[in-house]
Design a protein around this ligand. Structure first.
Ligand code: SF4
Length: 346
């Protein structure tokens, strides 16, 4: 039984004054009707009609769209009032929203507290000032530290979203951003490789040859290093890579360019980590790759497909690299997710 579900409600930021180079929201919102309070209610009811009969234990209403607290205060309150009424009635359990680091103030947080919001996610993207400047974010990293502290002081759960591969970004800067994120101390994080969608300044730079998207391998490599740092620090990584439904999509305008989008991106990243961990364990033994050896690889039920890899990538890797290794893949449910063990048999 699924125990946790999110009811996503996309609130576009009409009239957003910012110019983030990866965003096509302005073009899309210019053509879209505003989301009414009635729309929010209908969305929640539609989701609850399937979630409630399934007995989902924790249901969150999440206002996405990047800058919820940038919309006028009365509009925020009108949307939040609906969510709070469902929370007060016990039909949902948490209220969640995402916004920009520079749209946080005491006045804004007082209002979110009044409507019993639980979680605030900040679209941080990077903690490197050059990357933030080139992305046109309109604020520096210092704002992220200040607003994060304020959010935690108010007692909200903090989430941090990081984007990988923006102009000027490097593996070292990604690792720096991950370490700084630990210093900030969120409980949840999301990792998104940069995606070039049409109708954005990033697309123009790509077309002019000024920006080259990461290759898929490089996107996986950078994300993997960040994932390991955050995961080791106990931060719950609730998303790796975008789902196709996350795009601010409007027919052809949502078209993506370059190779960083993959529907199973999380599995690709976690699969690489699994392979690395197994190889570390193999090299810590005295097994001789030139001799026939039997070995068991263990993972819990949930992580077994990750260990085997997307389209059996890891299985093929071990077969090719160690042709004398006779591997059995075995379930051991006493292991945690993404924890792997090996046992050399003979
Ligand atoms: S991503 Fe940037 S430009 Fe797009 S809506 Fe959010 S703040 Fe505005």
């Amino acid at each position: 039984m699924k125990t946790h579900a999110i009811i996503p409600i996309f609130i576009p930021h009409k009239g957003c004054p910012n110019d983030c180079i990866f965003c096509n929201q302005k073009k899309i919102t210019a053509r879209q009707a505003a989301i009414t309070v009635e729309d929010v209610k209908n969305t929640i009811e539609t989701w609850l009609s399937t979630l409630e009969p399934r007995g989902v234990e924790t249901i969150e209403v999440a206002f996405f769209g990047g800058s919820f607290t940038g919309i006028p205060m009365e509009e925020q309150s009108a949307y939040l009032k609906i969510a709070k009424s469902y929370k007060d009635a016990g039909r949902i359990h948490k209220i969640h929203m995402s916004t920009r680091p520079d749209y946080i103030s005491k006045e804004i947080l007082d209002n979110l507290k009044a409507y019993d919001v639980d979680t605030i996610e900040l679209g941080v993207q990077s903690l490197d000032d050059e990357v933030l400047t080139r992305a046109g974010r309109g604020h520096d990293a210092a704002v992220v530290y200040e607003s994060s502290q304020l959010i935690k002081d108010y007692g909200f759960e903090l989430g941090i979203q990081l984007m990988i591969g923006l102009p000027g970004d490097t593996l070292e800067k990604c690792i720096y951003s991950a370490h700084e994120t630990i210093r900030i101390g969120p409980t949840i994080a999301r990792l998104y490789p940069t995606i070039v969608i049409n109708d954005t300044e990033l697309y123009n730079q790509y077309k002019r040859g000024e920006y080259e998207p990461l290759t898929q391998d490089e996107a996986i490599r950078r994300t993997k290093e960040m994932y390991k740092i955050l995961d080791d620090a106990g931060i719950n990584i609730i998303r790796v890579g975008l789902k196709s439904t996350d795009f601010i999509n409007d027919g052809e305008d949502g078209e993506i360019n370059g190779g960083t989008y993959h529907p199973a991106f999380r599995q690709l990243v976690e699969g690489e980590i699994a392979r690395e961990r197994i190889e570390e364990k193999l090299s810590a033994t005295d097994f001789d790759p030139s001799r026939k050896t039997k070995v068991d690889f263990f993972a819990n039920r949930r992580s077994m497909s990750t260990l085997i890899g997307h389209k059996q990538k890891n299985k093929r890797y071990f077969l090719e690299k160690y042709p004398h290794l006779d591997v059995l893949y075995k379930v051991n449910d006493s292991l945690l997710n993404n924890q792997y063990e090996i046992e050399i048999k003979e």
